[in-house]
Design a protein around this ligand. Structure first.
Ligand code: SAM
Ligand code: SF4
Length: 349
């Protein structure tokens, strides 16, 4: 059944074209990541503290409001939309949102609708996601060792995630693995994880841990620069830089021996802010123009203030004008407070 906002936004899409969102550095915003919930069924040690306080439900945008907000971005030139979290697949009725947003794929206004997931619920939702036009997804997986998986995620069950990956591939969805490189925790397993993924036709992206939010762990103990990981991998395999891009920040190499692609997401050792095409919205409708800065704009107030999207578009114009040049994460000494108080689960990955 069509959402109310779906009908209204379809009208909006027939409005005269609105100006694309371009910042003062000339970067066009074509990629939106939306965290649809701050909740999660895992408590990964680098992402969350063991005991988290989550937002009261009324603070959250409804699915209708999320649809309206995403659609306003599509009108302004967003071509790639990623739903994330928290864990997006634990949000009740989230498939209603995927289904309604898929009309922008049908119309050609949107090029890609995708998600980042921990995979725990994928076995249930994979075929429905495929029906909604989701063609590629990111699944976060840091280890193939069940005991270590449980320790890193605190609550996770590796078997369920593997079943989820199977289901997604069976539904024809291309899966990319995201793995955070963690000193001492999974560093020895990285080659094995890459071999396993490439053997199943999946790309892998490695991510440097970022100093976001208090997790109860010392960041310096977790941080493993990807320059070190790459140097180690080069002793084992032949890595060649390639131009392959997926619209995100990863820089890719191909590995001759495994025949697969490996991405490096290096916010610490080498940021790629100069080419940033992304903004992020939280589940309360807060727009962050940069993952690594505090400045934000409230989109919930203009959404709720009026049935018309005029006020929303005015806030978007103002916010994109303030998109900063870049972030400046540092992990250099024990006890350094997080760069930002908010956790990664607030803005999503
Ligand atoms: N729950 C989903 C998942 O885990 O894929 C989506 C949200 S999660 C916040 C998105 C990505 O951020 C995951 O790949 C996760 O590993 C990564 N992540 C979480 N905290 C991080 C941190 N402090 N530094 C770097 N990556 C982090
Ligand atoms: Fe949950 Fe994803 Fe954060 Fe892990 S990384 S706690 S799965 S939101």
């Amino acid at each position: 059944m069509a959402l109310e906002s779906e009908k209204r936004i379809d009208l909006a899409l027939r409005e005269p074209t609105r100006a694309p969102l371009v910042d003062t550095f000339g970067r066009a915003v074509s990629y939106l990541r939306v965290s649809v919930t701050d909740r999660c069924d895992f408590r990964c040690v680098y992402c969350m503290a063991e005991h988290m306080t989550f937002l009261p439900k009324p603070e959250l945008l409804t699915l209708e409001e999320l649809d309206r907000l995403c659609s306003a971005f599509v009108v302004r030139g967003v071509k790639k939309l990623r739903l994330t979290g928290g864990e997006p697949l634990v949000r009740r009725d989230v498939m209603t949102l995927f289904r309604s947003l898929s009309r922008h794929l049908d119309s050609g206004a949107l090029e890609e609708l995708t998600l980042t997931t921990n995979g725990s619920q994928l076995a249930r939702f994979a075929s429905e996601l495929a029906e909604c036009g989701v063609k590629r997804i990111n699944v976060s997986l840091d280890t193939l060792d069940p005991a270590k998986f449980r320790a890193l995620t605190r609550w996770g069950d590796l078997g369920k995630v593997l079943a989820g990956i199977d289901a997604a591939q069976a539904a024809g969805i291309k899966v990319k693995l995201n793995a955070v490189a963690l000193r001492g925790d999974n560093e020895d397993e990285i080659p094995g994880l890459i071999e396993w993924a490439h053997g199943r036709g999946m790309d892998v992206s490695l991510i440097e841990v970022m100093p976001l939010g208090e997790t109860g762990a010392e960041r310096l103990d977790q941080y493993l620069p990807l320059s070190t990981v790459r140097a180690r991998l080069e002793q084992r395999w032949s890595l060649s830089d390639i131009d392959y891009r997926t619209g995100g920040p990863a820089r890719y190499v191909s590995i001759a021996e495994t025949g697969g692609r490996l991405g490096f997401i290096t916010p610490l050792t080498h940021n790629f802010c100069e080419g940033c095409n992304r903004v992020r919205v939280t589940c309360t409708g807060t727009l962050y123009m940069c993952l690594g800065q505090e400045d934000a704009a409230d989109l919930r107030a203009p959404l709720r203030a009026s049935e018309s999207d005029e006020a929303l578009h005015a806030v978007l114009d103002d916010a994109i004008f303030r998109k900063p040049k870049g972030h400046d994460f540092v992990i250099d000494r024990p006890g350094r407070p997080p760069a930002l108080r908010r956790h990664m689960s607030v803005t999503g990955g």
